[in-house]
Design a protein around this ligand. Structure first.
Ligand SMILES: [Zn+2]
Length: 138
């Protein structure tokens, strides 16, 4: 069994600010980040689809004590975003002072870009991750 969208291809696209997902040809559900099978019906009949990267914040947390290797980044905000196409993904919220984060963030429209994080001793070099900013046209 072959991954339709291997993580290295997802990662390469993210570096070019393109967020890719997988659309299920059986039930229509969009899965992101990529998985082997549909997150709804488990079908392997998936096709690669480019996502808008736009969505709404469903929840957030402010990281004060960062994991090893990221101490200098703290504090920072992590959001869970429900994308227009359906999937929920996590990423940093880049354009807000973490000290001002409050419940009014929930429901705000954001758009994904990407941020490259340096590797640490647990990873295989630098990694791109979704990073969100408030949408210019919500
Ligand atoms: Zn499905």
């Amino acid at each position: 069994m072959e991954y339709k969208l291997p993580f290295r291809d997802y990662h390469k696209a993210l570096l070019k600010n393109r967020l890719l997902g997988l659309k299920c040809n059986q039930c229509g559900r969009v899965t992101c980040p990529p998985q082997m099978s549909c997150s709804s019906c488990s079908s392997y009949d998936l096709e690669i689809t480019q996502l808008s990267g736009k969505g709404k914040i469903t929840t957030f947390t402010t990281i004060v004590v960062a994991p090893e290797g990221r101490e200098t980044e703290a504090p920072y905000i992590i959001v869970v975003v429900e994308l227009e196409e359906g999937p929920w993904i996590m990423g940093n919220l880049t354009d807000m002072d973490p000290g001002r984060a409050g419940m009014d963030l929930i429901g705000k429209t954001v758009e994904a870009g990407c941020r490259v994080f340096p590797g640490d001793r647990y990873s295989d070099g630098p990694m791109a991750r979704p990073a969100f900013r408030f949408a210019a046209h919500p």
